[in-house]
Write a protein that binds this ligand. Structure first.
Ligand code: FBP
Length: 262
């Protein structure tokens, strides 16, 4: 991690990244719970909440909507992604150059790496090019580090998650976004494995306010620097209420009870 690389997408060194690349990764089905979330403007509006330190979107969504929000939202350009229609071995197409992301105003890039996939080698080489281009343009680098594919039997096993976190460090990411491994000790081990690379917890499918805030609290206490979350925010009728609670847990070290009382 380069000192200061995450400054534009963090507050006091902590992050709440709102992810909205689901239209590509999962398809419109993720927007059924709250139909307004189909419209990117709805989610850009959510991203203006004080708690949100960056919004991660793909190229088309950024091109169409970021110009209207560039004063209020920090852009994290999610430069690779693949649809759920693809049935091959895990892979992710690079569909946005770092230069063009910078031109559109991005502060950082996001890149999915599927360690353990038969395509890991090509993906790591693509990550090398993107990471070096980002360094030359003073952009932060966030790795969606998701072990998946033929080499991975259980992608939430603690040892696998720690390996995912470590890949972030080894390959030069400033931030490794990892799945919660299920318990605080395993999360603490993953954060240690990442060493100087920051770890953020990946949100996952929608949970109750209490269950979700408890997971986030455990991750923060274990050494995570924040959260990258999609569905748990935009699939809520009142996302601002959860963001108020997350702001307390992530940036103010509040307890879950205090956050729920927000
Ligand atoms: P969620 O909080 O909704 O899980 O979003 C985080 C994220 O990494 C998104 O950026 C991405 O689209 C999605 O999860 C991928 O989910 P999956 O684990 O199902 O591939």
């Amino acid at each position: 991690m380069i000192p200061g690389a995450t400054d534009p997408i963090s507050r006091d060194g902590k992050m709440l990244i709102l992810a909205y690349d689901h239209g590509l990764e999962h398809g419109p089905v993720d927007f059924e719970a709250v139909p307004e979330s189909m419209d990117p403007k709805h989610v850009f509006d959510i991203a203006t909440h004080d708690a949100v330190t960056a919004l991660a979107v793909g190229k088309g969504v950024a091109e169409a909507h970021y110009p209207d929000y560039e004063d209020e939202v920090n852009l994290l350009a999610k430069i690779n992604g693949t649809s759920n229609l693809w049935m091959g071995e895990h892979d992710s197409a690079v569909n946005w150059s770092v230069d063009y992301a910078k031109e559109l105003g991005a502060d950082a890039i996001g890149f999915t790496l599927y360690g353990g996939s038969n395509h890991e080698v090509e993906m790591a080489e693509e990550f090398r090019d993107a990471q070096e281009a980002a360094r030359h343009r003073d952009m932060g680098v966030v790795m969606w580090s998701y072990p998946r594919g033929q080499g991975v039997k259980n992608d939430t096993k603690p040892g696998t998650i720690s390996y995912a976190a470590r890949l972030g460090l080894e390959l030069g990411a400033d931030v490794a976004k990892i799945k919660y491994p299920g318990d605080p000790d395993a999360m603490a081990h993953a954060c240690e494995a990442a060493a100087s690379t920051d770890v953020v917890m990946s949100g996952g499918s929608k949970a109750s306010d209490e269950a979700f805030l408890t997971n986030v609290k455990e991750a923060m206490d274990a050494g995570a620097k924040g959260l990258a979350v999609g569905r748990n925010v935009f699939q809520r009728e009142n996302p601002e209420a959860l963001l108020d609670g997350l702001e307390k847990v992530i940036f103010q070290e509040a307890s879950v009870e205090e956050a729920l009382a927000a």
